[in-house]
Design a protein around this ligand. Structure first.
Ligand code: 9Z3
Length: 328
């Protein structure tokens, strides 16, 4: 029997079929109706001309690592190192630059405006008074006020939509929803994909339903390759959006070459190359005709590399909007 994909040949057929079977076999997204509603409201609010200001720019920032469940009733999973710092910091700078941000983040990872607060912020930043009411500790008062002020400004203006994920299944399903819903925003939309996405996974249908038993001896498990969604994001989901992905390596000798390859293979507008150990100090912005190294300003104690990085990317996005003829 022929299927509707029989017109496709070679690698395209394989990739499309892999992507289709990934989504078909993924467990259904629990809050998909709620996510769809929130996305629609957010995008409607920012994609239509408001007064004489013209449409806003929207960026989807992905942040943190995806998990790979080993059991359907998940007890164990494979995870990665990502703290979500890059995504959270970048979100703050995008909001500052006037972008509306869909912050697609791993549950429990670093959040915008909370980066300067201690890890256990509730217990460390607050104390009980003699009358048993709660007050901010003097030592943390400036940091707490700054965080609350900036967060409120962003949320009051409706510039921040937070969408959480945990597993690779959730991440890719939500990314697809976001991408399809911003299609009409065209070149005003940007994807800034800083999430550390699993390369390998256990397909849902071949996954054990119940907790894997240790009494069964050493565990032998075959992981399938996660199909690369970047091509389909560029080709089908949001073809006009400005797309930035990240390339992470631990071996500096192969980093730039791999970033170049990703740029060409997935037709990204920009690939940001970073090394695990120096990722907070410097990154290299790779495009088809240049490589720009961006450093953290080492003279300032709380400066981060995301500040000059986002400034540069916003300029590049402006040039792209102009080039595609949609500038107002
Ligand atoms: C990155 O390279 C991010 O910059 C980091 C940020 C994950 C290193 P943290 O969250 O770290 O601040 O702790 N993200 C993308 C990594 C990735 O999975 N890239 C894929 C690859 O390298 C391409 S989609 O193959």
């Amino acid at each position: 029997m022929m299927d509707s994909r029989d017109g496709l040949q070679g690698p395209h057929r394989t990739l499309d079929t892999d992507i289709e079977s990934f989504f078909n076999s993924a467990p259904p997204l629990k809050d998909s109706l709620d996510i769809g509603r929130k996305l629609k409201e957010f995008i409607d609010r920012h994609s239509f001309s408001s007064g004489n200001k013209g449409p806003s720019r929207i960026v989807c920032v992905s942040s943190g690592g995806t998990t790979v469940p080993l059991e359907q009733r998940c007890v164990r999973y494979i995870d990665n190192f990502s703290s979500g710092h890059r995504g959270a910091a970048s979100t703050e700078y995008f909001v500052k630059a006037g972008y509306a941000v869909v912050f697609l983040h791993r549950r429990g990872t670093c959040q915008p405006y909370c980066r300067s607060l201690p890890e256990n912020s509730l217990l460390e930043c607050f104390e009980l008074t003699e009358e048993s009411s709660v007050q901010v500790r003097q030592s943390h008062s400036e940091a707490v006020k700054r965080a609350i002020r900036h967060h409120h400004t962003a949320t009051e203006k409706g510039l921040l939509l937070k969408l959480p994920f945990t597993s690779i299944f959730e991440y890719l399903q939500i990314l697809r929803m976001v991408a399809i819903s911003v299609k009409n925003v065209g070149s005003y939309c940007m994807f800034y994909l800083a999430a550390a996405v699993s390369d390998f996974y256990v397909p849902w249908e071949s996954m054990a339903e119940h907790k894997i038993q240790s009494a069964s001896g050493p565990l032998d498990m075959r992981l399938a390759q996660v199909p690369k969604m970047l091509s389909v994001l560029r080709k089908e989901w949001a073809p006009m959006a400005y797309c930035i992905s990240f390339k992470l390596e631990t071996d500096p000798k192969i980093l730039l070459e791999k970033a170049d390859m990703a740029l060409r293979k997935y037709k990204m507008h920009v690939v940001i190359a970073n090394e695990l150990l120096t990722r907070k100090e410097e990154v290299v912005v790779v495009t088809s005709n240049e490589r720009i190294t961006v450093h953290r300003d080492s003279n300032e104690a709380d400066a981060d590399v995301e500040s000059p990085l986002i400034k540069l990317l916003v300029e590049k996005h402006s040039a792209y909007i102009k080039e595609t003829g949609t500038s107002n």
